[in-house]
Ligand binder design. Structure first.
Ligand SMILES: Cc1cc2nc3c(=O)[nH]c(=O)nc-3n(C[C@H](O)[C@H](O)[C@H](O)COP(=O)(O)O)c2cc1C
Length: 164
């Protein structure tokens, strides 16, 4: 699948909005992900408000690149009524990777900016978005039309593979 090998973290964006149909396609990709017992613990905040984006870019020094993104999607997970609380970060990781691949496929660029499992970054994100108490913020996914490009590193290392 070519998107897997073309995806890079894009941290610079053109001054151009992401169309609503593309945002919906990214969210469909997220929700197509596998999850433990198909529990789908996710909720998604779609942030295009410039002031909220500015505030989110301050949740950590490593999120600063989000300041000029036209869009941040914040995947969150429910904390109540789940069958497998232990797997929520795995479930959300699968959804997040799906989003990044769909972003690439749509000609957009994005980057996964870490919140979970770092409590301070999660709490700051939840405060900015006024997220209900039974939801936890997982990550910031900054998205936009790319203003940078590069070839993906080839990270295949046959020494990491163990055939039995
Ligand atoms: C769990 C996770 C957390 C990350 N957090 C950050 C972050 O806080 N800030 C950032 O700029 N990039 C972050 N990244 C992006 C990585 O730095 C990036 O994926 C890595 O350097 C490999 O580069 P590539 O995505 O271009 O292949 C994160 C990636 C993952 C998977």
């Amino acid at each position: 699948m070519k998107e897997i090998f073309e995806r890079i973290s894009v941290r610079k964006y053109q001054d151009k909005s992401v169309e609503a149909d593309k945002i919906e396609q990214i969210l469909k990709a997220a929700m197509a992900a596998p999850s433990a017992s198909n529990q789908q613990p996710w909720e998604f905040y779609v942030v295009t408000d410039k002031e909220k984006i500015r505030q989110l870019s301050k949740i950590s020094p490593y999120a600063a690149c989000a300041e000029n993104a036209p869009l941040i999607i914040v995947p969150c997970y429910r904390t109540k009524g789940l069958r497998w609380n232990e797997t929520v970060l795995l479930d959300l990781s699968a959804a997040t990777e799906n989003m990044l691949l769909e972003v690439t496929s749509l000609g957009l660029g994005g980057v996964w900016l870490c919140a979970a499992p770092l409590e301070e970054r999660m709490t700051r994100t939840e405060a900015v978005l006024e997220i209900p108490a039974d939801l936890r913020a997982f990550a910031l996914i900054a998205v936009g039309y790319p203003a940078e490009s590069r070839t993906q590193q080839n990270r295949f290392d046959e020494n990491r593979v163990h055939y039995i």
